[in-house]
Ligand binder design. Structure first.
Ligand SMILES: Cc1ncc(COP(=O)(O)O)c(C=O)c1O
Length: 390
């Protein structure tokens, strides 16, 4: 019997969520309204009472964060090339210059020594990305920010329910978003918590939150009986109640979602370690980061020694596909994409990120997967590596 195709991810939507969407659609109010307000309130509680505003997607959220931080033309923003293109594109969108620096080979997140070395008098902000949900070293990051008076816009698109146990923290530490500067999340379809599309920004003050509200609705400061007034050309990136109600419903199940992902990821680690593929040069994700970073296991990624594989990573993906397994690539190094090459970025400038970008492979991981699904992926990955690796 052939097994059903296993995608690399699948949203976890229950019947209660479907019913809640139907209720909103029947209510007569389907755009931003009581449900998005309730979602913002719920998220604010989740993030320890900090102000939260929701947006129609994570890219808009990140762009608003940069504008709230006052980043614009002439400014440099340091970020990682191992991310979804949105992270770098929003820097360009506000008229600033992305400065890519290399990543740490173990965590695959920004190398903070490289961040510090890249700071110039024009540097105004850093956008760290908690790739796959694994937090960067928050103690060091915010120490650097303080030392150099920089704004931090955390791209926590993938990091809902990740945690950081830093110096002075006890127990399970603090949630990503519950502390720090501006923290941006995405609720796009693949994320651990999804609205189908959406995002939220955690801010520092009510003034910043009001600014973010204006930026998501045309820059309008006043409307209605008092007449229309706007202060700046804001965009249009409000979250509809149809989407918000999906997010609200997912909040109830987030603890179970995070817990199930951790169980599946641990099984991957145990099985892949036992398979011996590390001896072939396949790198596993860090099991327990020594720094106190607790991942939400948004993705489980291995790094293949792509340059030693007959046919490269694509050949491994093709064998997995033949075995009914979907794998993903998150992400090729962004600085080597055509647009950034035209701005002068070249191969060889960021060797660690480039190597990982060529070899990274995302294995299936989502809460509805069975333990046996993990075992099947491990067997097939090992088989593919033994066949193709020279
Ligand atoms: C690291 C990262 N940054 C930004 C985004 C942008 O979020 P969205 O797709 O919701 O616009 C995503 C998600 O796709 C992401 O993974």
């Amino acid at each position: 019997m052939t097994e059903p195709f296993l995608p690399f991810t699948r949203p976890d939507i229950d019947e209660a969520t479907i019913a809640a969407v139907g209720e909103v659609l029947r209510s007569g109010w389907i755009t931003t309204g009581p449900k998005s307000q309730a979602f913002e309130a719920r998220l604010s509680e989740f993030f320890g009472g900090r102000p939260v505003r929701c947006f129609s997607n994570g890219t808009a959220t990140l762009e608003v964060a940069l504008r709230v931080a006052g980043i614009g033309p002439g400014d440099e923003v340091i970020t990682t090339p191992l991310t979804w293109v949105a992270t770098a594109n929003v820097i360009v969108a506000v008229g600033a210059t992305p400065v890519f620096v290399d990543v740490d080979p173990v965590t695959r997140n920004l190398d903070l020594d490289a961040v510090e070395a890249a700071i110039t008098p024009r540097t105004r902000a850093v956008i760290p990305v908690h790739l796959t949900g694994l937090p960067v070293d928050m103690d060091r990051l915010y120490a650097i920010a303080k030392r150099h008076a920089l704004r931090i816009v955390e791209d926590a698109a993938q990091a809902i329910d990740s945690r950081w146990i830093g110096a002075g923290d006890t127990g399970e530490g603090r949630r990503i978003g519950a502390f720090g500067d501006l923290v941006s999340f995405s609720f796009q379809a693949n994320k651990n918590l999804t609205c189908a599309e959406g995002g939220c920004l955690v801010l520092n003050t009510p003034e910043e939150a009001r600014h973010a509200e204006r930026l998501r609705l045309q820059g309008i400061v006043r409307s209605g009986f008092d007449g229309l007034e706007m202060s700046e050309p804001g965009g249009k990136s409000n979250l509809s109640d149809v989407h918000a109600v999906i997010g609200l419903s997912q909040m109830d199940r987030l603890p179970a979602i995070t817990a199930r992902r951790a169980v599946l990821a641990q099984r991957y680690l145990d099985r892949l370690k036992a398979s011996g593929i590390e001896a072939l040069g396949v790198e596993l994700p860090p099991a327990l980061a020594t720094t106190g970073a607790i991942t939400n296991w948004h993705m489980f990624q291995v790094v293949l020694p792509a340059d030693r594989i007959d046919g490269g990573r694509a050949a491994v993906m093709s064998l997995l596909k033949d075995a009914g397994i979907g794998a993903g690539v998150h992400y090729p190094a962004v600085h080597l994409l055509d647009f950034y090459r035209r701005r002068g970025w070249r191969e060889g400038q960021l060797p660690v990120a480039e190597r990982i970008g060529r070899g990274t492979l995302t294995l299936p991981l989502f809460p509805a997967m069975s333990d046996e699904d993990v075992d099947r992926v491990c067997q097939q990955l090992e088989r593919a590596c033994r066949l193709l690796l020279t």
